[in-house]
Every structure is written in structure tokens, then in C-alpha cells.
Design a protein. Structure first.
Length: 212
């Protein structure tokens, strides 16, 4: 290795010989540096678009995010330097970080951890959005929902969604109950889920953390 950070492959520094050298610089090992320039845009009650500075050496990126109160990271892949995340809980602060996946090295270091906060639920066209009480939280997949005070004989729809906005639980109940117990599948993965209660004019929502 020469003083100017070149590698000499055979020969010498004689003017009559050929020097084959390669530079050990950021142009070659760009992926060794953690992604930077992280920021969030298009923040709504349940969505966000995450951005970071593109890495020319990256094949793809690994994005991780979690609620600030949760120890569980959720991992997603991205093929460009932005990622749309859906299925978030309203009025919740999330942490996120990014790393580059490359051909020359297995992966870069993780970026610094940044945060964003989703918007609170607000009054909609047909009524208002509110928070529902769920306990215990965190839980093992078994929990109780305090039902809102609504008109007698009105049905309530309960939906539980994962962070991909996929419905993993759906049930119709009546208003004769003051609270309702839910038992999720024993094989459910640990992580963050959103409980939604829907009446004819309101939607109630709460984030839960399942840890078995």
C-alpha cells in the first residue's frame, strides 16, 4: 500500500514498468457509510413517507421503525431512497432508521435514529374520531376494550390491523356490553397493531403492542 492510499499490484515505481493501482476511497466503498439526510414528509394520521440521501453503492435499503414506546423494530425493504409506511397509529411518535445493503460489503452501519409524529384523529365527514381504551397494553394478545357510549341496539364493528394495514381480526358486537374481551390467535407475531371500533358515525382507534 502506497502513501497515497494506492495498492501496487506487481512491478515497482520505475518509469519503465506498469503500475496497476486501485484507490481505497469512498467511490469504491460507498456502502461503508451509514445513510444520512433522513427526513419525513406526507405525514397523516396513519401514513408517512420517509426519505434519505441515496447511496450509489446500495443495491437496496433496510428500513426499521417502531413506536417510541415499543422495543420492537419493524423491518421493511426499499429499492429507492424513500419508503411509504402505512397502518400507523394516530397521534403517535415513531422512531426510524435506515441502512444500505450493498454488493461490496454486507451492509452499512445503521443511520442515526430519527423521529416523526403522526397527526391526531380529527372530525370527519360523518362524525368524529376518538381514542378507545384498551387494557392491558402491552398484552399477550388477550385484552379488554372499553366500549363507547352509543345508542342502544347499535352494532359496533371491531377490526384489528397490523402495520401493513391488513385486517387480522374482525368482529361485530352489540351495545349491550360495557366492555368486550378479545383473544387473538396464539400464533400472532409480536409487534404493533391498531384496534378500530366503527359505529354508524364514529371511528374509535387505539394502538396496542403484542408481546408473547
Amino acid at each position: 500500500i502506497l502513501p497515497d492510499n494506492k495498492i501496487l499490484l506487481g512491478g515497482s515505481l520505475s518509469e519503465y514498468q506498469i503500475i496497476i493501482a486501485c484507490y481505497l476511497n469512498d467511490e469504491i466503498l460507498q456502502c461503508s457509510a451509514a445513510p444520512s439526510g433522513l427526513f419525513a414528509t406526507n405525514i397523516t394520521t396513519n401514513k408517512v413517507k420517509l426519505h434519505w440521501t441515496a447511496d450509489a453503492g446500495a443495491i437496496k435499503y433496510k428500513v426499521q421503525y417502531r413506536a417510541s414506546t415499543s422495543p420492537v423494530w419493524i423491518s421493511l425493504n426499499a429499492t429507492t431512497n424513500l419508503k411509504l409506511i402505512t397502518g400507523l397509529a394516530a397521534n403517535t411518535t415513531y422512531k426510524y432508521r435506515v441502512r444500505s445493503l450493498c454488493a461490496d460489503v454486507p451492509a452499512s452501519a445503521w443511520s442515526s435514529i430519527e423521529t416523526f409524529t403522526t397527526l391526531p384523529l380529527r372530525e370527519g365527514v360523518n362524525g368524529e374520531w376518538s381514542v378507545v381504551n384498551v387494557y392491558p397494553n402491552p398484552n399477550s394478545g388477550e385484552f379488554t376494550i372499553d366500549l363507547p357510549e352509543i345508542n342502544i341496539n347499535e352494532n359496533i364493528s371491531i377490526e384489528i390491523k397490523n402495520m401493513l394495514c391488513e385486517i387480522i381480526y374482525n368482529e361485530q358486537i352489540n351495545t349491550a356490553e360495557l366492555n368486550h374481551q378479545v383473544q387473538l390467535n396464539k400464533n400472532i407475531a409480536n409487534g404493533i397493531y391498531v384496534v378500530e371500533l366503527k359505529t354508524h358515525d364514529k371511528i374509535y382507534s387505539q394502538q396496542i403492542i403484542v408481546s408473547q
